[in-house]
Structures are given as C-alpha cells and as structure tokens.
Design a protein around this ligand. Structure first.
Ligand SMILES: [Zn+2]
Ligand SMILES: [Zn+2]
Length: 452
C-alpha cells in the first residue's frame, strides 16, 4: 500500500490520509485544523491532482476529520463517501455548523478566506454520502482487483469507526479516534484482533499518562459531588463541554443523579449546537440502538437556556449548573464568558471534563495557580483565580497504555503513527522499538509517499 499523510503540518490537525492499494485510490478522513485559520486549516490535497478517487472513508464527525470534506469533493465530483449510519445522520448538521462558525469568524476576525465552502456546497455533497452497516464487509471491485472494507465501532463518539481493509492476503487496520472504555451513553470500541500487516493508529494521549486511576463511574460520582458542594455553598458550576458527545453524556449523568436523589436542586442551563445534537442522538438511539440517549432527559432536568447576555465581568443573573460549549473555552463562546465571570469567586466551580489544548483559554485556566491573575484577552478582562478548578477524566480517547497493549497484541508488521503531537508519537515509537522490535514504525512526513 502506498500512503501519503495530507495533514501537512503533522500533529493533530487536518486529519486526512491518501492510500493507493492495488487498483484503488482512497482517502480516509478530510479534516480541518482546529488551530489554523483560512486555507491553512485544510489538508494539502496536491498529491491528489490528476487522481480519480474510488472512495472516501469518514471515521467520525469531529471537524478535525470532516471539516474539509466539501473542499475534497469539489475536486472529486461523484466519489462515494462512506461512513457508519450514526455518522451519516450527523454529518450534514456538523458541516452546516462549520459553515456558520466560519461565517461568524469572517465577521468577527476579518478572515477573508472564510467560509471555505457554503451551505449550498454542503447540500451538493449529500448525494455522495452513504452509510455502511458496522461489521459488514463491503466489496469494491475493478476489472482485475478487489478490496473489502469493514467498519468497526470505535467507542470515541457516536458513529466513530475503525476501518479494516482486506486486499488479497493483506489486512490493514486504521483505528481512527478510539476509546476502549464504556461511556455513559456509548459502548466501548469493539475492534478486530490481529494479526495485521499494517496498523495505522491514533496517538492522542502518547505524551500524557492517565491523570487518575479512578474509573469513569467514580469520576461521575466525583463530578456530582463537586456540583452539589458548589451549589450548597451558594456558587455556580461551569462545565465546558464539546457539543458532540460530551454534553449529552454530562446531561445523562446529571439525570441519573437526579433520579437517584443524589443531585441538589438547581437550574441546569445548556445551549448551542449540543442541544440540537441531543435531538440527533435521540433519533440515532431509536433507529440504530448505537447510542444510549433519550431527549426526554432534557425535560426531566428542566434544562433551560442560559441568560441571553453573558458578560465576562459580571456573573450571570441566575445561579446554577452551566453545561455549555466550547469544551476548550474558545474565545467568545458561552463557556468563555462564564469562565471569566465565575473564576474570581471562591464559591464557584469550573469543572473540566475533556481535553483542553494548552494554547486555548481552557488550557490557560487549567494551568493557572490559585489566587494568580487570569487574563481573558478577547474580553479585555482580568481576574484572580479564586473559584475551585477541577479536572475529571472523561476522555474520548484511549489512554496510551491500553492503546499500546492493543497494538502489541495485534502483531502488525508495520505501524503508522497518526493523530498525535510529536512528543506523543515519540513515546509510541520508543515503546514499539522495545515491544515490537521487528515491526517497522513509520511517523510519516506529511506529503511524502511511503510503501507500507
Ligand atoms: Zn474525534
Ligand atoms: Zn480527532
């Protein structure tokens, strides 16, 4: 197989890999870099010039995996795009949201390239989008060649899949983003066992050991206890969440606690894309059974919208539990203004339930010392950190040891490192050198082609 990483900066960014296998050319994922702006956020599709793709495979609907799909399809009209059924149900909503975000950024930040594509272009992609049942092989044939494609549940978010490709006597497996642990609303990955010829694996947590040995259910209890203590002392709780997956998990945890009479009585506020995604998850649950979520919990919890105007320098008029985006507290989002306004008061709590890049405002809050100054630059607001800041382990990605165990057990002849910053890749490379000394480990230089 010939493989080219189109994510031209490396790291975790605009995830996209081009593969040639026998007669077939395909691309796995077509993301947008979350920290770059304009055209620089897209993968570099130059190696695809003059190539007619047979297939695009989407592992899941996070924007770092789908955000540039309309750009790829602009140059590849008619190519089928396959994904799981839940992803098929989510992808249009997520791409339209991406257009909305880009339009807003064009206005707020004056980025002339935005939007990179329009709502109409997203609509034009729709006839090419296809779903494929989990664990069912799909054959792709040419006059003299054949490949088989199987999607396996990856646990990471609803719809996420690992991709198994069989060609002649070769077996290739691409993990995509994976979690080998049950979430409250989603079952863990069920991946095939090796041996594989080639394993292409994500490296997200390679540089970070687990922050705790506590189980996810212990973390759920600790989250509820932190909320209860905060409300009882007269404070408010902010839980910054990703709209796709984490918001619905947190709301379900609150609902469980309420049913068991373990949650204090307090208003629950939630807003934005995540509330819409609740409807989608409800639909996916009923149609596929592949997520454990019901939108009735919003009613049971009496979830309401946060006050319309959130200000950095003034706590919101209503105290309560705020479950809002963005998960990394990106500038000018509800979680950004709430972080700023709640951080200075010892009664409040800021509860982080997902990964925060160190360069984001969420990362800044997590790294800050108590009583030291925090500067929310986009809001021109300074405050001293006095609120309780807690981090909970609800990651959507496998911890590095579990992932390493999976890879070692799969006995691949070659391993391709992907979806990880350089220190994370270095950790995995060193581990493989020791534990799989005969395997070839490839940390691909973007835009270079490799035979694997
Ligand atoms: Zn993801
Ligand atoms: Zn990802």
């Amino acid at each position: 197989m010939q493989l080219t990483d189109l994510n031209y900066e490396g790291g975790i960014g605009a995830n996209s890999i081009y593969c040639r296998l026998g007669d077939f050319c395909f691309v796995i994922d077509s993301g947008l870099h979350p920290k770059r702006v304009g055209q620089l956020a897209a993968p570099n599709f130059r190696p695809l010039e003059g190539v007619k793709l047979d297939l695009v495979i989407i592992t899941h609907c996070h924007l770092d995996h789908i955000g540039s799909l309309p750009l790829l399809l602009r140059a590849q009209p008619g190519v089928p795009v396959v994904m799981t059924q839940p992803s098929r149900m989510l992808i249009e909503r997520m791409l339209h949201n991406s257009v909305n975000v880009m339009q807003r950024e064009r206005k707020d930040k004056g980025i002339p390239d935005y939007p990179l594509y329009t709502h109409r272009e997203v609509d034009r992609c729709v006839p090419q989008l296809q779903d494929q049942a989990l664990s069912q092989p799909k054959k792709l044939t040419s006059v003299r060649d054949e490949v088989e494609l199987i999607l396996h549940p990856a646990g990471h978010i609803p719809g996420a899949a690992g991709v198994e490709i069989k060609h002649q006597d070769r077996r290739i497996f691409f993990t995509g983003d994976v979690l080998f642990e049950n979430q409250r609303i989603l079952d863990q990955a069920r991946f095939p066992v090796g041996p594989f010829d080639t394993l292409i694996m994500e490296n997200t947590h390679g540089a970070s050991p687990k922050i705790t040995d506590r189980s996810r259910s212990q973390e759920m209890i600790r989250l509820v206890e932190t909320i209860n203590a905060t409300i009882r002392r007269g404070g408010s709780v902010l839980i910054p969440v990703f709209a796709l997956g984490r918001m619905q998990e947190v709301l379900t945890i609150l609902h469980d606690a309420k049913k068991l009479n373990r949650l204090v009585d307090a208003p629950v506020f939630a807003s934005g894309l995540g509330i819409d995604i609740c409807d989608y998850f409800d639909n996916i649950a009923r149609k596929t059974g592949l997520v454990n979520f019901a939108r009735t919990i919003l009613k049971d919890l009496k979830v309401c919208k946060p006050p319309r105007e959130l200000l950095a320098n003034k706590e919101p008029s209503k105290k309560g539990i705020y479950v809002v985006s963005s998960g990394m507290v990106v500038e000018n989002t509800a979680s950004y203004f709430l972080s700023a306004s709640l951080a200075g008061n010892t009664k409040n709590s800021l509860c982080f339930v997902g990964y925060c890049d160190p360069d984001t405002p969420g990362g800044m809050v997590l790294a800050a010392q108590h009583n030291k100054e925090l500067f929310f630059a986009a809001a021109h607001f300074k405050t001293n950190l006095r609120a309780q800041v807690e981090r909970f382990e609800f990651s959507g990605h496998a911890d590095r040891d579990t992932l390493l165990d999976y890879a070692v057990a799969a006995q691949p002849r070659s391993i391709v490192l992907t979806h990880g910053e350089p220190p994370a890749r270095a950790w995995f490379a060193a581990q493989f050198a020791e534990k799989l000394p005969h395997a070839k480990v490839l940390d691909p230089v973007p835009l270079q082609s490799y035979e694997v």
